[in-house]
Design a protein around this ligand. Structure first.
Ligand code: SAH
Ligand code: SF4
Ligand code: F3S
Length: 479
């Protein structure tokens, strides 16, 4: 894949993107984002909160008065990358002592004032639910104090904030629909860094999607750690299960399937994507809505994590191997041409060789189009860290991960080969990375396609015949 989404995808593995605005007035803020798409989406909210108060953003570190790093804690490596980055900002600060350095996001929430007190790397620490306080916190630092706000909220969804789309190509945009996570997978820090799950008012989501479409955007991706558990029942607040709603709440409620339908109805020319789906919660009702609307893209990111029911159980994923496989069968029955991708963890606590083989055989069965693959990284204070021993030898983890990656590479190529000879509607997102003579776009199934430019331009829908492929890209010609 190429283009903006490639940058964001890579970010989940620890690379970065810098956002910029053209406004030259006011104090200059430089923001670097790491981690998942939700973090990138949050940086756009941060930019909006700050520009409302007269700040401007810059891509140029040298001219920055304030430097923010929006951080990720998901694996140890993600945090190491950020620490190194903070050290290099501190070097820059030596030349420019008035420069303010702040940490935002999940690492801020996890480490709290430790980053100020023990590591002395920063002036400001702000957790994901406290961004409205940022202008005030910068003022505190101006007054010579260090500033921390890591209070997690049960209501905050930033519903009323209109994100500054600084990262955007003007064609595709992200919209957060839930925040936090209630799932408590034992390996995962997210419930601790992002707090309790809450759903955003559907009206504000639909209005945001409509205004993006009116501004010329052609694709929106609805974001949440588990989009399937989206549920609005009439007020901001903690998630409840549908079964626990009162009759009045039920009558006012909106499920994820209903939300998707409303967004799909904005226009057939607006593509709708979503991420991440959870195997325990993805409903048939939703799959039928997906099948009904052509503009809901036929692509599901359905992380399996492991192919072994015992490992899934100690991960607290809430499903078994058999359940996952039956969800895959149902998806393929209801939407035959759907692409499916996954996240896989190699070497979770006590994983045996046979259980690793079960992950490989699960992959053989599904033949994912794409996968993010990791070796298990123990995170402080997670349930797994407290309850289980991280006892799979590093070398064994590495070997298992490389077997998983090798198999996935074969499957990615195999799946791409299935598209050769067919024609797909492609939304053009950017120039090809390799040549200005070629354009890049994606099929509804999320496969990246490169093709000769002709008279076409970014933002156009066109039909492309797929002539050949590699494991990562389809190569085609416009028909
Ligand atoms: N909400 C999503 C996952 C978000 S985190 C879901 O449940 O599917 C993205 C991915 O990072 C996870 O799917 C998992 O594969 C990986 N991950 C999370 N914690 C990890 C850890 N401690 N070690 C290695 N990988 C981890
Ligand atoms: Fe983490 Fe599990 Fe929540 Fe995903 S569903 S964010 S893996 S706790
Ligand atoms: Fe990382 Fe936080 Fe996202 S830990 S993956 S940035 S929710």
């Amino acid at each position: 894949m190429e283009g903006v989404n490639k940058v964001i995808d890579e970010a989940a593995q620890g690379s970065l993107t810098i956002i910029e605005s053209k406004n030259k007035d006011g104090r200059k803020v430089y923001i670097e984002s790491y981690g998942c798409q939700m973090n990138f989406s949050d940086s756009e909210i941060v930019a909006s909160i700050l520009t409302d108060k007269g700040f401007t953003t810059t891509r140029n570190l040298e001219e920055a008065d304030v430097v923010f790093v929006n951080t990720c804690s998901i694996r140890e490596k993600a945090e190491t990358t950020v620490r190194n980055r903070l050290k290099s900002f501190n070097k820059a600060k030596k030349q420019k002592p008035e420069m303010i350095i702040g940490v935002l996001g999940c690492m801020a929430e996890r480490l709290k004032s430790k980053l100020l007190e023990e590591e002395k790397l920063v002036d400001i620490v702000v957790g994901p639910d406290a961004y409205r306080d940022l202008p005030n916190l910068v003022n505190q630092v101006d007054d010579g104090k260090k500033a921390v706000n890591v209070i997690l909220s049960k209501e905050e969804t930033y519903a009323d904030i209109n994100p500054v789309r600084l990262l955007s190509n003007g064609v595709t945009a992200f919209i957060s629909i839930t925040r936090g996570c209630d799932n408590m997978c034992t390996f995962c820090v997210v419930p601790f860094t992002r707090g309790r799950e809450r759903s955003r008012n559907p009206e504000s989501i639909i209005n945001e999607a409509k205004s993006l479409f009116n501004e010329g955007y052609k694709e929106v991706t609805l974001l949440g750690q588990n989009v399937d558990s989206y549920l609005w029942y009439g007020e901001e607040g903690l998630k409840k299960n549908y079964e626990n709603l009162s009759e009045e709440e039920k009558s006012k409620s909106t499920t994820f399937a209903q939300l998707m339908e409303k967004v799909a109805l904005i226009s057939p020319k607006l593509r709708v994507r979503f991420s991440t789906s959870h195997p325990k919660d993805i409903s048939d009702e939703f799959l039928h809505i997906m099948a009904k609307y052509e503009n809901i893209c036929n692509y599901i990111h359905l992380p399996v994590q492991s192919g072994s029911s015992r490992v899934l159980d100690i991960m607290n994923r809430g499903y078994t191997r058999e359940w996952y496989l039956s969800r895959i069968d149902t998806i393929k029955k209801i939407i035959p041409d759907t692409s499916i991708s996954s996240d896989i963890i190699a070497g979770f606590c006590s994983e045996t060789e046979d259980e690793h083989e079960e992950t490989l055989s699960m992959m053989e069965y599904v033949k994912y189009d794409f996968a993010y693959m990791f070796s298990y990284s123990e995170r402080p204070n997670t349930l797994a860290q407290r309850k289980f021993e991280d006892d799979v030898d590093e070398q064994i983890k590495k070997r298992r991960l490389s077997e998983i990656i090798e198999l996935q590479n074969q499957h990615s190529l195999y799946r791409n080969q299935q598209h050769v000879g067919k024609t797909y509607e492609v939304l053009i997102e950017s120039y090809s990375k390799k040549s200005k003579e070629d354009l890049y776009g994606r099929t509804p199934q999320n496969s990246g396609v490169v093709f000769p430019k002709g008279n076409h331009k970014i933002g156009d829908y066109i039909n492309v015949h797929i002539d050949s492929c590699t494991g990562g890209t389809l190569i085609g010609t416009v028909v």
